[in-house]
Design a protein around this ligand. Structure first.
Ligand code: AMP
Length: 216
């Protein structure tokens, strides 16, 4: 099953992706996570991406497209993929259509999560992540058992540098400007389902399952 999950920062892409991959046994490929890992490891790609990311700006298409193409050739993508945070521009979508056709894995479903800015603001500023295992918490909605410590692996939790109100506004503007045309591109292919993601995770996931059930 070849799926894209889309939505602005804080829409719940990470949380929903965890639920989808447990249910459907496909790898969750987040370009944001891949980039952060490159930054952490200090690779050339990470060095190139870092300043864009900290400013909430999009990393150039040329960097992203190559990174995704390589990742999709790995054996765990045999049954398909769940792409999160990509494609984020029309150029990425057009390039990806060629890549996906070439490797015989065209996009079958696009899940577009939708949430109001005020809810996103609350979710983003309260979000804490585990830098070691990637677990996600929220200070109010999903706090760890011990304050500031990851339940899964015991590492100290941190806040992403771009999880501030100022960066959220920039990221929302980027999303509106660059990603809406991507959704339109897939609307043209008839594979998009819009889902109200302001509700509880279990309810949102039910809607996603309904949408994915439509794939042959
Ligand atoms: P995310 O974790 O998806 O919110 O991504 C964090 C940051 O990584 C974004 O604000 C961008 O700077 C960069 N990024 C992630 N995916 C892409 C992409 N497909 N195209 C360009 N930049 C990206």
């Amino acid at each position: 099953m070849n799926i894209l999950i889309m939505g602005p920062a804080g829409a719940g892409k990470g949380t929903m992706s965890d639920l989808i991959l447990k249910e459907y046994d496909i790898p969750h490929i987040s370009t944001g996570d891949m980039l952060r890992e490159n930054v952490r490891k200090g690779t050339d790609l990470g060095k190139e991406a870092q300043s864009y990311m900290e400013a909430g700006k999009l990393v150039p298409d040329s960097v992203i497209n190559g990174m995704v193409e390589k990742r999709l050739q790995e054996p765990d993508c045999q049954k398909g993929y769940l792409l999160d945070g990509f494609p984020r521009t029309l150029v990425q979508a057009q390039t990806f259509a060629e890549i996906a056709d070439k490797i015989g894995k065209p996009v079958e479903a696009v899940i577009a999560l939708e949430v109001d800015f005020e809810i996103l603001k609350e979710r983003i500023t309260g979000r804490r992540i585990c830098p070691k295992c990637g677990a996600i918490f929220h200070m109010k909605n999903h706090p760890p058992k011990v304050e500031g410590i990851c339940d899964e692996c015991g590492a100290e939790l941190s806040q992403r540098k771009d999880d501030t109100v100022e960066q959220l506004k920039v990221r929302m503007d980027e999303y509106e400007k660059s990603t809406k045309p991507v959704i339109d591109f897939y609307e043209g292919k008839g594979v998009v389902t819009h889902i109200d993601a302001a509700n509880k995770p279990a309810e949102v996931f039910e809607k996603i399952k309904e949408a994915l059930g439509k794939i042959d």
